[in-house]
Every structure is written in C-alpha cells, then in structure tokens.
Design a protein around this ligand. Structure first.
Ligand code: FE2
Length: 377
C-alpha cells in the first residue's frame, strides 16, 4: 500500500507550530535622545504618545518613550549615564533597532521551545505585575546585538506594561494611516545568510518562503542575496540579506560598516492607502528615495492594470510590482538617522504576498546614487 502522496494526518497542523506568534508586539530602538526621537516619530510619522518609564517611575538608569499608531508600537530608549549597556549600544551602532518583540500566548513556553532548539537566552521568563494585571516576557538573541522578546499579555489593562505610566501630551498630530509591521529585514555579514536562515528554521520553526540570488538583486555595481523567512501563520516575516560580490561596495556592506555589525536594515510599515499616507509623510518632512521618471514610462505594461492613478504614484515616487496573487505598492525612506543604516518601507498590498522583486534594480540604483553622494560606493 502506498501512502506517499497522502497528507500526514497524525499530527494536527497547529501542534506542528512549536512557536505560535500573533504578530509583532513592539519594536524597540536604542537611541541617543529618546525624547527627541519620540517627538520625531509623532510629528513625522503620525504616532501618538502612549507610555513612559524613567526615574519618575523608578528606573534611574534610562528613559523609555512608547508611541503607538494602530497596531504599531515603537519604544525609544536612552541611557541616562555613560557605560550603561544602552549607552554603549548607541555609541557603537548609532540609533538602531535593539528588540523585535513578538506577541505570544505563552512566553515561558516560547522560551523553553526556542532555547531547547539552540536559541541563546537573553531573558528567562519573568512576570511583570501591577494593579492592571500581568505581562510575562522572555527572550533570545538573534543576529548582531538584536533580540527577540516574547511578550505574553494576560488580560493586561494598563496603558502598555508594568513599570510604565501613561504618557499624555498636548501635541498629538493625526495618524498618517500606518497600520502594522509587514516585515522586518536584517542585514548579516558575508556568508552569514544561510546560517541565520538555519537559525530561524531550527530555533523558531520559520520557513524559507522566497529566495533572491545576486542575479535577482544586482545593478551594474553591486549585489546582495536575500532569503525571506516566515512563521507558520505568516504574521511575522524576516527577510535576511547578505552582501554579494560586485564591482563596487554594496548597500549591505555600507550598512555593516556604519552599524558596526549585523542589525535591522528596514522595517516595512503597512498602509491601506499609500498615496494618502506618503503624501502625509512627505508633508511632514519624511524623505524618500527618488526614482527616475523613466520608471513610470512602461510601468503599466510591466504590471498590468492597477486601481490607482499613475500621476500621484509618479509624483510621490511610489513603486509597483505584481506577482501571481496580485500587486503591491511600495516606497522607501532615506535613512532616518545620521548614519546610513536603518530606513523604513511603506507598503500597500493588493493581493501580492511578495516583496517587490521587479523594483529591486530601480531601487538599488537609487540607493547607489545616495551611497555615491556619501562617498561610500
Ligand atoms: Fe522590504
């Protein structure tokens, strides 16, 4: 009897996912000046003040400002004294992402499952409690000095989590329509992509859903390789980039040099109306990569009919790509701090589940023009 092609019904699909994730809980940035960073993300990106911790709440070592927009929560953290780990991090890396926190039902279980599979612990499960309930947190290390924390919110009714107080301000600029984290990309060193792909497969149970080699992602001058890792339900996607040989220095190498190691390259933020969102962001001072107008000349021949008018896409520099399931619209900011390191992508998906492969060449040529202007190409 042959059952080679029959599905394996012995193990329910849900039981196979040893690390069920509900999505991104928050992204924490270690920065040089958290107060000003929080203001920038409110003013420029449309976040609202949510929570604060610092000396006034019992933390004499650092301040943390939490801002929120729809399902996006960012924390900006700065040390109050030198030689604190947060100060050292900001000194070495500049402003950057320290924590990609993932929402789970069972933070102790997430820690047990991942550390049993070789994940390196950065925080054993701890329960934080106050009058509003409990939050359990645990965590493991990933590439560079970046951490994944697992956050379990047990009917917590406070503004953010124990240790924080509500942060209210008189200045509350409106939302720009940013909704949630679509994906989060890491840059790793030469020949380090596959080891980190292996980490996400083995330690976190992710799958490799897409791969791009240096022929997919190359310009006349530089190249990179990328593999997209996704968790079981697809709520959490982490593409991993590594540099590839080219005539000149690739954007990943520039990042690694200025970040002083591996780290988060960009966070993609979803919107349901990219034209409106990007109009708002530009009006508020967010700078985007410039795409030559020639990109739009044969766009509709390349991607087929789209719902949007071409004129605003062209005026704003929004890119379009299509795959088997639909299309997507995307645009990339310039780096949002002084070093040429982290930036943001704004993305609107209309069926497409891919990452804009058709735009890689135009995009990377735009990045190279910026690199060249910095003298780093
Ligand atoms: Fe992206």
């Amino acid at each position: 009897m042959s059952i080679v092609s029959a599905p394996d019904t012995r193990v329910p699909a849900a039981a196979a996912d040893f690390l069920p994730l509900q999505g991104t809980d928050y992204v924490e940035f270690y920065v040089g000046n958290a107060k000003q960073a929080a203001h920038f993300y409110k003013a420029a990106f449309g976040f609202q003040s949510l929570a604060y911790s610092g000396p006034e709440t019992g933390d004499k070592e650092k301040v943390r400002y939490v801002v929120r927009q729809n399902k996006l929560t960012f924390i900006f953290t700065t040390a109050l004294r030198p030689r604190h780990p947060v100060a050292e991090h900001a000194h070495i890396h500049g402003d950057g992402v320290k924590v990609l926190a993932l929402r789970v039902d069972d933070a102790a279980g997430a820690w047990r499952e991942t550390t049993a599979r070789g994940g390196r612990s950065c925080m054993e499960p701890i329960t934080l409690a106050d009058k509003d309930g409990e939050v359990v947190i645990s965590g493991i290390h990933t590439y560079g000095e970046t951490l994944h924390l697992f956050v379990e919110r047990r009917n917590y009714t406070g503004c953010f989590m124990p240790g924080f107080r509500e942060w209210k301000t008189a200045y509350n600029p409106p939302s720009t329509g940013l909704l949630y984290v679509d994906h989060c990309v890491g840059n790793v060193g030469w020949n380090q992509m596959n080891p980190w792909v292996g980490f996400y497969e083995k330690v976190m149970g992710f799958r490799n859903i897409l791969s791009f080699d240096d022929k997919d992602i190359s310009t006349e001058y530089s190249a990179l390789m990328s593999k997209v890792m996704s968790n079981g339900n697809g709520f959490v996607k982490f593409p991993i980039n590594e540099p590839a040989e080219g005539q000149k220095r690739s954007q990943v190498e520039e990042y690694l040099e200025f970040y002083k190691g591996e780290g988060v390259q960009h966070v993609a933020l979803a919107t349901a109306d990219i034209v409106e969102t990007v109009t708002q962001l530009q009006d508020r001072g967010v700078e985007f990569l410039q795409i030559p107008s020639s990109y739009y000349e044969d766009l509709l021949e390349r991607v087929g009919a789209i719902d949007e008018d071409l004129a605003p896409l062209k005026a704003l520099g929004i890119l379009v790509d299509r795959d088997d399931e639909g299309y997507l619209l995307q645009i990339f900011t310039k780096p949002v701090e002084d070093r040429p390191t982290i930036f943001f992508e704004i993305i609107q998906r209309k069926g497409a589940k891919s990452f804009g492969k058709g735009n890689f060449k135009a995009l990377f040529e735009a990045i190279e023009r910026e690199q060249s202007a910095r003298g780093n190409l």
